[in-house]
Design a protein around this ligand. Structure first.
Ligand SMILES: [Zn+2]
Length: 133
């Protein structure tokens, strides 16, 4: 596989969690490798991982914030339900728009979920498959 091993030093995937939930990224320690990723500025939606050479990007979405259908994503806070529902619905609409924009600019995008970070090996396999496809 071309490219260096960008994450070997830290053993962590180089995504940001936008400060919303630090714990899950801290838990992720991955010794496997991804082909070298970089950051391309100005891309729609600020993808978490960018592979400029392949014109591919990966988003890591928080299950709650982006309305994943998993256990964690389905859980609603006890208060301000209306507020959160609107907020999450807004995020989802934006996600769709962002993907459309990326596609129009010739990028393909993969979305992975916060809950999948618990299974780093499977996640990396999935990302690699996406990169090779
Ligand atoms: Zn999830």
């Amino acid at each position: 596989m071309p490219g260096g091993r960008a994450i070997e030093k830290t053993g962590r995937l180089p995504w940001s969690d936008q400060g919303r939930n630090r714990s899950y990224t801290q838990k992720v320690r991955i010794s496997a490798v991804l082909p070298q990723s970089g950051h391309a500025r100005g891309l729609p939606g600020s993808p978490d991982i960018v592979f400029p050479g392949r014109r591919k990007v990966v988003f890591v979405h928080g299950c709650f914030w982006h309305g994943h259908g998993c256990k964690r994503g389905d859980r609603m806070p006890q208060t301000n339900v209306a507020y959160w529902s609107v907020k999450i619905a807004g995020n989802r609409v934006r996600d769709v728009r962002v993907r459309r924009k990326l596609r129009a600019e010739g990028w393909s995008a993969l979305t992975v979920w916060e809950c999948q970070l618990k299974h780093p090996a499977a996640l990396i396999a999935r990302i690699k498959q996406f990169l090779e496809g």
